[in-house]
Design a protein. Structure first.
Length: 334
């Protein structure tokens, strides 16, 4: 209905102009001698308000010095408590796998901890640490110079509870770091190609909450993704294909429900796409979807809702060298 009214208004305005007498109509002669182009002040206004390029500085995961012993494969497994399982297999040279499991505060009847590593190639490193209940962590790496770290429970409280962490890396010099604290978190990362990096950190809100989910999938070379979630019921997903893509997502929420949200999904296909999404929230909501296809697309989304909740954003870009910027603060935005 609004669209019909707007169209009708436009038609009516056009008719009114056509019936107006003595309307000045510039001729070609009037334009002679005048400089063509956009006025300077219009250019300045446009440039001042145009979207900025997404500058996503993703944390780079590094393998600690001396973690890998040159010329030696090593598997170190330490377990305390009951119902723990651990497995390490290595093929190649100079691979290192370190697994610790504690299983503190284990609830009888639970499944217990499980950690598994398998490394094929040379100079790969896997570092797994778990405390608490029913955790699972798996690392598979194929290629050379890959490093994966899974952290999970808090050192002092030794809480974990129902986490599942999984990494698979193929190619060379891929790095991943996943850290989860406690309550029903999940994190997955797969990387194919070379020199990819992913960091996922999750801290879930009140004890027994349903927790966070994070997923990153990178194909190609020199991709980087970082997802940081705090609170409860967060969800974040990144899929990147091509080379030199980058993504940074940060979600924070503390809520007593009004039906929670904080969901962010970023898909990037092509080369040199960038996306930065920051979402805040006190009483829930915030949603963002960014989908970029082509090369050198850029996107910045910043949403803060606070007590009232809400905010939603959708950015879809196709082609090359597009830019988009969305900033929303306060309730009721879309």
């Amino acid at each position: 209905m609004k669209k019909l009214l707007i169209v009708a208004l436009c038609l009516a305005t056009g008719m009114a102009f056509s019936q107006t007498q003595n309307v000045y109509s510039p001729s070609i002669q009037d334009a002679i001698g005048k400089r063509a182009g956009t006025p300077t002040h219009a250019k300045a206004r446009t440039n001042a308000e145009k979207p900025v390029c997404a500058d996503c500085e993703v944390e780079q995961v590094e393998c600690p010095e001396d973690f890998i012993i040159e010329g030696k494969n090593k598997v170190d497994i330490q377990q305390i408590g009951d119902s723990n399982q651990a497995k390490g297999e290595q093929y190649g040279n100079s691979n290192m796998s370190l697994i610790r499991q504690d299983n503190s505060n284990f609830v009888p009847g639970g499944e217990g901890n499980l950690a598994s590593t398998e490394q094929i190639g040379n100079g790969n490193g896997a570092d797994v640490k778990q405390f608490g209940n029913a955790n699972k962590a798996r690392v598979w790496q194929s290629g050379d110079g890959n490093y994966a770290k899974q952290d999970i429970g808090d050192d002092s409280a030794k809480q974990a509870e129902g986490n599942l962490t999984y990494v698979a890396q193929w190619g060379d010099d891929n790095k991943s770091y996943q850290r989860q604290r406690y309550d029903n978190n999940e994190a997955s990362a797969y990387q194919t190609g070379n020199r990819n990096s992913v960091v996922q950190k999750q801290t879930s809100g009140p004890n027994g909450s349903s927790g966070s989910v994070a997923f990153a999938n990178q194909i190609g070379d020199d991709n980087a993704a970082e997802q940081d979630q705090t609170g409860s019921h967060n969800y974040a997903s990144v899929y990147q294909s091509g080379n030199g893509n980058s993504s940074l997502e940060t979600q924070t929420t503390t809520t007593d429900d009004p039906s929670i949200c904080n969901i962010s999904t970023v898909n990037q296909v092509g080369d040199d796409n960038k996306s930065c999404v920051t979402q805040d929230s006190d009483m829930g909501n915030n949603c963002s979807l960014v989908n970029q296809i082509g090369d050198k697309n850029s996107s910045v989304v910043n949403q803060i809702a606070n007590q009232g909740g809400n905010n939603a954003s959708c950015v879809l870009q196709r082609g090359n060298m597009n830019k988009a910027q969305v900033i929303q603060t306060g309730p009721g935005s879309i």
